[in-house]
Each structure stands twice: as structure tokens, then as C-alpha cells.
Design a protein. Structure first.
Length: 478
């Protein structure tokens, strides 16, 4: 990611009792491929609303872009908004919807367990309706939850709102619960209208810094607000299949987690799984083949980790993280940087395919076992993958540099910076001016024009013919 003033990445843009997040923290969260994919899936082809945070006090809502167009999100546009201090994403509703929705909105002083109880009751009420085939829950990111009821078919958005109110009518009779303002817990159905909205799954809340993440109904009674900080949500996304924890301890660089948990700016311990040969390396130690890519992709992440090991000394590891997988294709390097234009080919030795979480988020100390030592990460950024085969890679960094990687023999590869040709300037070339023939000779040819004609082999014959005619004409004049 490129920023002219590096200090701006350290500016705090969300500050709450639950999280203190800098521009860098938020940018890295929204640059995570899993989060981007979840947001794009939620928005689809619908219009979106975004919020930008310039400081904890200054949050701006946008329905249109700088050209006055309603916002539609693609990977490229999401990246562009992320560069502009994006903190929230809201997909909007159209004229027809296939879902019922209620926003469980408690007042700040409402006990958490009461909010959970009312949310569960609302979910079961929607679930009991014959037109609802499924229900889903999503923490709002602030104090409450969104409860959705999935319908068999689409209906008008106003009808959907009225149906939701009808189903929840009995629940609104409970003490301190209301369908309008006034109760300790408000059952808010007003977002269910044309161009109404709620936060997308995995959007941040610009006030709290918590993630508006899905929750299973069976787990509702166990959730706490701390379960929705950035690091907890990312870990849950990346580790759907729990691994048994044994042996060594590694440390995680999750800076937001350190602040949220009130920890000092040190390392946070975590365990690595029995299925791992070493932290980040699966037990199989397999090198997965690179995919074939013919069209450019912008979802790839690139990182370099500096690894100071007790056994092998200092070296560097290059990671190319494949989108929507847990695979970080890896190479060992002799330097912490990529080659300059004037450098010769840099040698890279392909290593076992690592795990995404380790490749993008681990720095700290490996206390024992294979790779024992310290790990830092001098480079981490999104790159544009231009081309890829199992034996060749071409990618472009945010600063415009283009690099070629190519297999030389076995697991040995070379890396070289590609020459980027400057744009070709069109130059208008005019024909030489034909001077007035001396003496009015109609067969006279200017020498410049004659040279122009003889520039190509195909014109030689014509030039010789005209030359002969010219000589004959000059003899006649004599």
C-alpha cells in the first residue's frame, strides 16, 4: 500500500472502549482477501453505502462517488475506497427482497444477556413463520444484532417490512421492548425499505471498531463483545477446522489484539497445531503447484519475512498468498528486497507451501524446534498478478515495479525486475518540401525526395527509372 506520508498510517481513526485502531489497522483488515470476498458477496450488484473515518469524531457517509454516481463495489473499487479511510460498508435494499429483517437495537445501559434473550426470541418468531425457510443472525457491530428470515421467493420490500412487524407483534408486548422508540430494546424494521441498509457481514462499525460478523443461533448464548474484535474474527475465519494444540509456542503480531486486550506492545502467545511440521508448514511439507493465470488478478498478497534462525542463520522468505485458499507459495531469498533494474538475477529456492495465517500475520519468536529464532516482516502488500504458470510468475507491486520469477532447475528459481517500456510518443513526419525545378524542368527531382524514395528496396527500381529519365532530359536541354 502506498502512502506519501507514512505518519498518516499511524493516525487513530477509531477509538472506543473496545478498540483503538489506526488507519493501517483498518486498511489491513479490509485488504484481507477473505474479508473482501465476504463484502463483495454481500453487496453483489446492489448499490452500496460506505462510511469513511478521518478521525474518531469525523465520520462521513457516502451514497455516491466523486463523480456523482451511486456506489457499486468491485475488487478494484473496494481497494480504492480502502485507500480513502473506508470503515463501513452497507449493501442497500431494492424494491424487492427475499428476506425479512429486524435490527435488535438496545440502549447502552441494557444488559447484554437481555439483548441476547430478545434476539433469540425474535429469531425463533421469524423461524416459526411458514414462509421463512431459514434464519440467520449477525452482530451489528455496536450493541445489538440483525435477525434475518430467508424467504422462499422475493416480495415487495414494503410488504416484507410489514410482515416482519406482524410476526414480531407479540414480542413487542414484552416490558421494555417496542417496535418504535421508547423501549430499552427497539425492534427496528425501518432499514427494510428502498435504499435502506444495514452493515454488511464483516464490515466494521466506525464507532466501536468491532466487526459486524455472523453468529450461529446455537452459539448465541455464549458470545461476548470481545469475540468481535478484528483479530478474533480473522482467526475464526481462517481456522474453521480446529487443530489439536501440542508442543511449541509461537507468537502473533496482531497489534490490534494487543491494544484491545490491554497488553503491552510485545508478542501474544499462541499454539501451533499437531498437523504442522513447524509453524506455518503443514506436516506434509508439500510444495503445491502454482495455478495457471492468464488474466490479471488483484487479490494476491505479497510478503517478505526476515528469519533469523539459530541453526541456519539469517535468511528471507518470499510469500505469494493465493486468493481464497490457505496457500502461501514460498521461496527462500538471500536478501530482504527484490532486485533493482541494474541487478543480476536473484536466486530463490522454493520451499514447502506455508499457511496463509503464518505468511501474512506472524512476527515474533519461535522458541524451539525447526526454525527456532525470530521473524520480522519488512514488506507486506497487495500485488497485481499479471501472469502465472507452474514455472513462471509475473507480478506488479503498488509502486509500479514489475517482476518476473522463473524456474531454472528443480526448486531453484530466478527473480529479475522487468524493464517497463515508456509509452511510445507519436511523431508526425512530413514529406520534404519539393522545390521549384530549376529552368522549369518537369523531370527534375529534389535530392531529398530521391533519398526518401530509395529508403526502401521496393522504391529502388522507381528511383533508377526516374534517374535515367532525368539524365535523358538534361541531355536534351544541352
Amino acid at each position: 500500500m502506498a502512502e506519501k506520508d507514512p505518519k498518516r498510517w499511524q493516525e487513530v481513526i477509531i477509538d472506543s472502549p473496545f478498540a483503538r485502531l489506526t488507519k493501517r489497522d483498518v486498511h489491513e483488515f479490509y485488504a484481507t482477501p477473505e474479508i473482501q470476498q465476504a463484502l463483495l458477496d454481500a453487496v453483489g450488484k446492489r448499490e452500496a453505502i460506505v462510511r469513511q473515518s478521518f478521525s474518531p469524531e469525523r465520520v462521513v457517509l457516502r451514497r455516491k462517488d466523486e463523480k456523482g454516481r451511486f456506489i457499486h463495489l468491485t475488487t478494484e473499487r473496494l481497494d480504492a475506497w480502502n485507500q480513502k479511510r473506508l470503515t463501513e460498508v452497507h449493501p442497500t435494499f431494492g424494491k424487492k427482497v427475499d428476506t425479512l429483517l429486524v435490527d435488535i437495537d438496545p440502549k447502552e445501559e441494557t444488559p447484554w444477556d437481555k439483548t441476547l434473550r430478545i434476539t433469540e426470541t425474535a429469531a425463533k418468531a421469524l423461524q416459526s413463520h411458514p414462509d421463512v425457510k431459514d434464519v440467520s443472525l449477525q452482530f451489528s457491530g455496536n450493541r445489538g444484532f440483525y435477525v434475518r428470515g430467508q424467504l422462499d421467493k422475493s416480495i415487495g420490500v414494503d410488504r416484507a417490512r410489514h410482515l416482519t412487524q406482524k410476526i414480531l407483534g407479540n414480542l413487542s408486548q414484552e416490558p421494555d421492548v417496542s417496535l418504535g422508540a421508547g423501549g430499552a430494546i427497539r425492534l427496528d424494521t425501518t432499514p427494510l425499505k428502498v435504499r435502506g441498509s444495514v452493515r454488511a457481514p464483516f464490515s466494521l462499525d466506525a464507532r466501536t471498531g468491532l466487526v459486524s460478523a455472523p453468529v450461529a443461533l446455537k452459539d448465541l448464548g455464549k458470545v461476548k463483545k470481545k469475540d468481535f474484535d478484528i483479530d478474533s474474527v480473522l482467526r475464526k475465519l481462517r481456522r474453521k477446522q480446529a487443530e489439536a494444540t501440542v508442543g511449541g509456542e509461537v507468537r502473533d503480531d496482531t497489534s490490534a489484539s494487543r491494544v484491545n486486550q490491554g497488553l503491552p506492545k510485545g508478542d501474544v502467545p499462541r499454539k501451533y497445531g499437531a498437523a504442522e511440521f513447524a509453524p506455518g508448514i503443514p506436516a506434509s511439507k508439500k510444495i503445491y503447484a502454482l495455478p495457471n493465470i492468464k488474466k490479471p488478478q488483484t487479490e494476491w498478497m505479497f510478503a517478505i519475512q526476515e528469519h533469523k534462525t539459530k541453526r541456519a542463520g539469517k535468511h528471507y522468505d518470499l510469500r505469494l498468498v493465493q486468493p481464497l485458499t490457505d496457500r502461501a507459495h514460498s521461496w527462500a531469498l538471500p536478501k530482504a528486497r527484490l532486485p533493482d533494474k541494474n541487478d543480476k538475477m536473484l536466486l530463490a529456492v522454493q520451499q514447502p507451501t506455508h499457511k496463509r495465517d503464518y505468511a501474512l500475520h506472524f512476527t515474533g519468536t519461535l522458541p524451539a524446534g525447526y526454525g527456532a529464532g525470530t521473524v520480522t516482516m519488512p514488506i507486506k502488500e497487495r500485488v497485481k498478478m499479471l501472469k502465472m504458470t507452474p514455472d513462471r510468475v509475473k507480478f506488479k507491486r503498488p509502486n509500479g515495479e514489475v517482476f518476473n520469477m522463473f524456474r531454472t532447475k528443480g526448486n531453484k528459481w530466478g527473480i529479475k525486475q522487468a524493464d517497463v517500456l515508456p509509452p511510445i510518443k507519436r511523431v508526425e513526419v512530413g514529406l520534404p518540401e519539393v522545390k521549384t525545378p530549376p529552368g522549369g524542368n518537369p523531370w527534375y527531382l529534389d535530392p531529398n525526395l530521391l533519398r526518401l524514395l530509395t529508403m526502401k528496396g521496393a522504391a529502388n527500381f522507381l528511383a533508377n527509372f526516374l534517374k535515367k529519365k532525368l539524365l535523358d532530359s538534361n541531355k536534351n536541354l544541352d
